[in-house]
Design a protein around this ligand. Structure first.
Ligand SMILES: NC(=O)c1ccc[n+]([C@@H]2O[C@H](COP(=O)([O-])OP(=O)(O)OC[C@H]3O[C@@H](n4cnc5c(N)ncnc54)[C@H](OP(=O)(O)O)[C@@H]3O)[C@@H](O)[C@H]2O)c1
Length: 251
């Protein structure tokens, strides 16, 4: 399946690395000549479009990954056809802002994360569309949601992905300050987060039951959680989610 990409920047580089890992043929990817397009075409054998209209003329599935403020201009007046699908990764850009100018093409919103480069992006998608699945399956796994409001809420997880990395870095740096070697500290804390994620994603136990099973009364997990609660760190976490959702809704 051929996919065209408008906006070959930081996110698109991760997505393309994921496609290469999944064995997506380079000849089935058509890149915009802007950003990293020309360099990636040269390095990996992708086809290079003349401009955005050329992408729309040659691809039935088009990924949009420009900055939110550039989204409307990037897809306007390109000769969209019935049967095409625009997959927009632009955070906080509602469907209504683009659907009119890309009609009669269908529009799908996605929120991938850069772990796509390892085929590990849990990608929120709304509305779900079969044409998006070969791409979403190549970069990770699709997580469809039922409404655009749910999509905005789910997009907060893309920020949580960054906060989790901040927690990993802090945990590793704290361990290094106590004397652990850097690579040991980094791998230990990072893989502990991966392990925690796998437990919650793969165990059939309810989330809170899993956590309760870890918190031995009087034990070390309980001691640290009590400290975090008393310091209102977990309330601050909820507040950070509220801040991001408000931003996404343009409030
Ligand atoms: N970064 C992430 O981890 C991430 C994750 C999820 C979603 N997103 C979303 O992905 C989008 C892109 O983010 P980014 O971090 O990849 O930004 P970025 O690195 O700035 O890349 C954006 C690219 O879009 C190109 N561009 C701008 N206008 C264009 C146009 N009219 N036609 C063709 N190309 C055009 C720019 O090219 P020039 O350099 O030539 O201007 C630039 O290469 C954003 O909407 C963001 O919300 C990002």
């Amino acid at each position: 399946m051929r996919i065209g990409i408008i906006g070959v920047g930081h996110l698109a580089m991760s997505l393309l690395a994921g496609l290469r890992k999944a064995g997506w043929p380079p000849g089935e990817v058509l890149l915009s000549p802007r950003g990293h397009g020309a360099e990636l075409a040269e390095d990996h054998g992708y086809a290079l479009a003349r401009d955005n209209a050329d992408i729309v003329a040659r691809c039935d599935t088009v990924l949009l990954a420009v900055r939110p403020a550039h989204a409307l201009a990037a897809v306007t007046g390109l000769g969209w056809r019935d049967g095409q699908v625009l997959i927009s990764a632009c955070a906080g850009v509602p469907s209504a802002a683009l659907a009119g100018v890309v009609a009669p093409a269908a529009m799908v919103r996605i929120m991938p994360i850069t772990a796509a480069e390892f085929g590990a992006s849990p990608t929120v998608v709304w509305p779900d569309h079969p044409a998006a699945h070969p791409f979403l399956d190549a970069i990770g796994s699709a997580i469809p949601v039922a409404s655009e409001a749910a999509f905005e809420t789910a997009t907060v997880s893309a920020a949580i992905y960054g906060w989790a990395q901040e927690l990993i870095a802090r945990g590793a740096e704290w361990s290094m300050a106590q004397g652990l070697p850097e690579e040991t500290a980094r791998q230990l804390v990072a893989r502990t987060f991966t392990a925690a994620g796998r437990m919650q994603a793969e165990s059939p136990e309810p989330m809170r039951a899993l956590l309760k099973s870890l918190v031995t009364p009087g034990g070390i997990t309980e001691a640290g959680l009590t400290h975090l609660r008393e310091a209102k760190a977990l309330d601050a976490w909820d507040g950070a989610c509220d801040v991001v959702l408000k931003r996404l809704k343009g409030a």
